[in-house]
Ligand binder design. Structure first.
Ligand code: NAG
Ligand code: NAG
Ligand code: NAG
Length: 304
């Protein structure tokens, strides 16, 4: 054991002189590569102007049409699989051809796909999905709770975006119905939503600390719903949250919104920040909102 160990060459025994040309070669290569990247290689940092000033390639319409047809085919392949094996459940397990309910069991795939069907002109699929939506009661067993954030971005957002594209009032009524069934989720002193709510009993669930994305990603859905229904109460839910966020003391984070918030006091909990997971969708929803101070009141006026 000891003997074999002693035979392992040490750095100094690596016969440096014999490999001298190799060392020179590697050193020179290193310097040349460094010079290339420093002076010659195109920079990989794309500026904002480069992105926005680059004209769309002038391709013949035929090529765009072919590409659109391929995208539509891919959607049809996936969606017809869902229709055949999983509808009206939430999702298809594609290797088992079995359904699975991970999002309240109200058919999240079909609701989330309504606007895509409209954009792609898939009227038959849309009509079939609409029949399921029309019958949805958004019920849950007593011991099950709808995660508020997921339910808003997938179901409420899916219904409202399809309504915006179609003006089909079935979609708007279902969206209003769903929002009312979720409404006790805002029963906190701050108006920040709880993590989850039962749509039948109104009981809520969740920790006292909330995640920025889950607290503040309802802005577009709730203000648009208020505008489309004329019901100011939906906009008030969204407005109260934006107001609390804009009045929060952000000294610890230099004016930035941290990820974790106390949903009772509407105060920032710590100074951990993110523009990615746990925060991103809140920033997306908030920035269009903050252009003027409370645009929702103007939206209501326009819409009523
Ligand atoms: C929906 O209604 C709006 C407002 O009346 C109108 O501008 C839009 O063209 C309609 N869209 C469809 C698809 O009917
Ligand atoms: C709202 O919260 C209060 C205080 O926790 C509670 O007494 C009340 O029952 C709740 N209301 C609903 C509709 O959940
Ligand atoms: C949240 O705020 C409430 C009210 O100010 C306070 O009683 C509670 O301790 C806070 N919770 C946490 C986890 O900081």
């Amino acid at each position: 054991m000891l003997e074999s160990w002693t035979r392992i060459p040490t750095i100094s025994s690596l016969s440096y002189p014999r490999h001298r040309p190799l060392f020179y070669f590697l050193g020179l290569s290193f310097i040349l590569v460094g010079l290339y990247y420093h002076f010659i290689a195109p920079t990989s940092v794309v500026t904002r102007d480069e992105v926005f000033d680059t004209p769309t390639p002038q391709l013949p319409d035929r090529i765009w049409d072919e590409r659109a047809a391929q995208v539509r085919q891919a959607f049809e392949h996936a969606y017809h699989g869902y229709e055949q094996y999983a509808m009206p459940h939430d999702e298809l397990k594609p290797l088992l051809d079995k359904p699975i309910d991970n999002f309240n069991g109200w058919g999240v795939t079909l609701v989330d796909s309504l606007d895509t069907m409209l954009l792609m002109g898939l009227d038959d699929e849309f009509t079939r999905a609409l029949a399921v939506v029309d019958k949805a009661d958004f019920a849950l067993p007593k011991n099950q709770f709808a995660p508020f954030f997921e339910t808003v971005i997938r179901y409420l957002g899916g219904l409202l975006s399809a309504y915006a594209l179609s003006n089909n009032t079935v979609l708007l009524h279902r969206a209003d119905d769903l929002a009312l069934k979720l409404d006790t989720v805002f029963n906190t002193t701050s108006g920040f939503p709880f993590f989850a709510v039962n749509t039948v009993t109104g009981f809520t669930r969740g920790p006292q600390l909330g995640i920025l994305a889950e607290i503040a990603s309802l802005q577009m859905e709730y203000t648009y719903l208020a505008k489309a229904t004329g019901k100011m109460q939906h906009a008030r839910r969204a407005g109260k949250i934006i107001k609390a966020l804009s009045e929060a003391n952000l000294d610890r984070t230099g004016g930035m919104f941290p990820v974790r918030w106390n949903i009772s006091s509407s105060e920032p909990y710590d100074s951990h920040m993110s523009v990615g997971a746990q925060a991103d969708s809140a920033h997306e929803c908030k920035f269009p909102q903050s252009e003027s101070k409370f645009p929702q009141s103007e939206m209501i006026r326009d819409g009523s």
